[in-house]
Design a protein around this ligand. Structure first.
Ligand SMILES: *Cc1c(COP(=O)(O)O)cnc(C)c1O
Length: 377
């Protein structure tokens, strides 16, 4: 039996180990761990990569979202529109600044917020921002979102944690809204050796506020014009990420090729699974490859028995989470998100997978669907 992990970062590390060790060594030699030149250089490189004027390194993708909401002055009494089908932190941050998350169901084809449904969720004077999430590496429908935001005077924070390098009609994920948030959590396409994040923007004032807020709102040191926090990116993470960034384009292309092969192989299975729908105007970076299938839980156990790593992103939409009972949502409120949570299954797509492994995964899925449930040996 072959084993195919959902993600194996050791292969990537092996390929760039020497470069990484010397970059870390350099930080150790200088003993400049907090911000400093390595972080500034990395910020410039990310700004360049994302086609944004400014980039501010922060401590995680979650903190990127939190500090973005803080910089926009969003707080108690405000509403922020987002999707119920995302990683918790998108919504958690809205609550943490004291604002109320307002959900809009997803487009079942892309798993992203249904842009057409947003207008109905706007409360005039109360709604302050929209946070579209570019889920699994594919951008949300930004033209509609940006137009609505302009009409209703709302800010747009892109949650691009899963979408570094993704494009929408040729425009870069993260650089379309007022602020764009990235995560360098190890499993993201550009992953550090721990937590890290970045906020990008084309607005100099907002970028300046983010830079202040990430270090307790102080400038000069010990004089505080705003109440910020410690949301800094550390130099060792920046050093590692600077080594990885020049490889990112290649890794993304490898993910896309893996996805293309899955598309062919899984598409050929009679009565098969639903493969990801990528809009023709989108360039997806395939942070995750998510299929939909009716007997999802059975398929997941079958794949695991057959040595194939897989996962569920996400098993319970956020409007049904215990911590959000107070929002008053019920089962049935966002049927597309609920259906996606019941049907979606993430299978391995990371760059270093071999063709043999990809074919094995597809073959196991085919054999499950054709009713042959015995593990192959
Ligand atoms: C990973 C992720 C985050 C949070 O990033 P962290 O760096 O783990 O804090 C936020 N939103 C989405 C959609 C993510 O996938």
């Amino acid at each position: 039996m072959m084993t195919v992990p959902l993600l194996d970062l050791r292969l990537q590390f092996k390929a760039i180990e020497d470069e990484i060790r010397s970059a870390i060594d350099e930080v150790l030699r200088t003993q400049r761990f907090i911000l400093g030149p390595v972080v500034s250089e990395f910020e410039k490189e990310i700004a360049g990569y994302c086609g944004a004027k400014y980039a501010v390194g922060v401590s995680s993708g979650t903190d990127a979202l939190l500090v973005s909401l803080m910089a926009l002055g969003i707080g108690p009494g405000d509403e922020v529109i987002t999707t119920p089908y995302t990683f918790f932190s998108t919504v958690g941050c809205i609550s943490r600044v004291g604002a109320r998350p307002v959900f809009v169901d997803i487009d079942p084809r892309t798993f992203n917020i249904d842009a057409e449904g947003i207008e109905r969720a706007i409360t005039p004077g109360v709604t302050k921002a929209i946070i579209p999430v570019h889920l699994f590496g594919q951008c949300a429908e930004m033209d509609t979102i940006l137009e609505l935001a302009q009409q209703h005077n709302l800010k747009v924070i892109e949650d691009a944690a899963q979408a570094i390098g993704a494009k929408y009609k040729g425009r870069n994920a993260g650089a379309m809204g007022d602020l764009g948030c990235f995560s360098f959590f190890p499993s993201k396409n550009l992953g550090g050796f721990g937590d890290g994040g970045m906020v990008v923007s084309n607005d100099p004032q907002l970028a300046e506020r983010i830079a202040l807020l990430r270090a307790h709102g102080s400038k000069p040191k010990y004089f505080h014009s705003m109440i910020g926090g410690n949301f800094r990116l550390d130099a060792i993470q920046a050093a590692v990420l600077r080594v990885k960034l020049p490889h990112l384009e290649t890794w993304t292309e490898m993910r896309r090729q893996n996805a293309a092969l899955y598309g062919q192989l899984l598409g050929a299975i009679p009565g098969g699974v639903q493969t990801p729908h990528i809009e023709p105007h989108n360039y997806s970076i395939f942070n995750q490859y998510v299929i939909r299938v009716g007997r999802r839980d059975e398929l997941m156990s079958f794949l695991k028995e057959n040595g194939v790593g897989c996962g569920i992103y996400y098993p319970l939409p956020l409007h049904l989470q215990k911590c959000y009972e107070h929002l008053g949502y019920r089962k049935g409120d966002f049927p597309q998100a609920e259906k996606a949570a019941a049907e979606s299954l993430t299978i391995p797509v990371f760059p270093e997978l071999t063709e043999e492994q990809l074919r094995y995964v597809a073959d196991r899925i085919a054999s499950f669907l054709q009713g042959d449930r015995e593990p192959s040996h």
